[in-house]
Ligand binder design. Structure first.
Ligand SMILES: Nc1ncnc2c1ncn2[C@@H]1O[C@H](COP(=O)(O)OP(=O)(O)O)[C@@H](O)[C@H]1O
Ligand SMILES: [Mg+2]
Length: 294
């Protein structure tokens, strides 16, 4: 029975527990046999080319995408849509110009999903003020979101995601389109709160460098397979070459890690996500997909 498996195989206290998690679309396997336990306060960077299934993994954990096989538990419970134990920062979309929503309204949505009146207004206001302060957004609390910079908007979206006091934070490319100083600010914000509040983090990023000093482990998805381990264990030429099944170089230069020569890097040189941290881009179609756990 599923409940027996759950009790036996999932360590108590994990904020996320995946067992044999597999996702296929038609004949294409995005990942399979994925086993992962995320401890409270643990920070995991999710790396991989565009199309390797990073967003789909988050969607599966959110209960928006059924697994093809395997099991996923969040804080010991089977996944459910709308789980308040998960904070979610979706892939960034800047607010449309003219959106009347103020900064504090956006954060407030994380408390009650916009159902005004569910929280007594004074207590809700105090909570919103606290969250705004937590993410360093007090100064622009009453400003329309659409007038704020990408970095400012991203702080608010993290505040919104933290409003339900989650056990697990899922952040999908939260650094995309931010300049270097905002990349550091947003990374440090999440890092500070995961220690203070003890939530686990799955942090999807195209470039590991901005979070290299923060991450506990990386989950690297490629060609229907994956590796999990510390950055030193996974971000190595031999390990990634084995994962991709072709020669890949991991180069250390000026304190940065650069992955060169991934099979998917040559196909889409104009891809918007192409950057120095990860050469790999574009979709690929793994035939012989197989899970490789480190
Ligand atoms: N519901 C779906 N049905 C069919 N294919 C899908 C579906 N959702 C995602 N995909 C495909 O799965 C692949 C992985 O997508 P995604 O998880 O968004 O990758 P990533 O976030 O790593 O770029 C893509 O090729 C995408 O088109
Ligand atoms: Mg994605």
């Amino acid at each position: 029975m599923a409940s027996d498996i759950t009790a036996r195989e999932h360590p108590a206290g994990s904020v996320l527990s995946l067992r044999g998690a597999t996702l296929r679309f038609d004949r294409r396997t995005l990942w399979q046999g994925l086993d992962l336990d995320v401890a409270p306060g643990e920070f995991i960077a999710v790396l991989g080319a565009n199309g390797s299934g990073k967003t789909s993994l988050l969607r599966a954990i959110l209960g928006r995408q059924p697994l093809s096989a395997g099991e996923a538990l969040v804080a010991g419970e089977p996944v459910t849509a709308g789980n308040p134990r998960i904070g979610y920062v979706p892939q960034q979309k800047l607010a449309d110009e003219g959106t009347p929503l103020r900064a504090r309204d956006l954060v407030g949505l994380g408390i009650d999903g916009g159902k005004w009146g569910f929280w007594p207004s004074r207590s809700k206001r105090a909570r919103v003020d606290r969250l705004l302060a937590d993410v360093g957004a007090t100064a622009y609390a009453n400003v329309p979101v659409s007038t704020l910079s990408g970095g400012e908007q991203q702080r608010l979206r993290i505040g919104q995601a933290l409003a339900s006091d989650p056990r697990l934070l899922l952040a999908d490319e939260p650094l995309a389109s931010l300049d270097l100083s905002n990349q550091s600010a947003v990374s440090e914000l999440i890092d500070r709160h995961r220690h203070e509040r003890g939530f686990g983090v799955l942090f999807v990023t195209h470039d590991v460098n901005p979070v290299l000093s923060i991450v506990d482990r990386v989950l690297y998805l490629a060609g229907g397979r994956f590796r999990i381990g510390t950055p030193d264990e996974v971000l190595r030429s031999d390990v990634l070459s084995a994962l991709y099944g072709s020669p890949v170089d991991v180069v250390h230069a000026r304190g940065r890690i650069i992955v060169v020569g991934t099979p998917d890097s040559g196909h889409a040189p104009h891809d918007e996500h192409h950057d120095a941290g990860h050469e790999e881009v574009c979709d690929h179609n793994p035939e012989d997909a197989e899970a490789v756990a480190l």
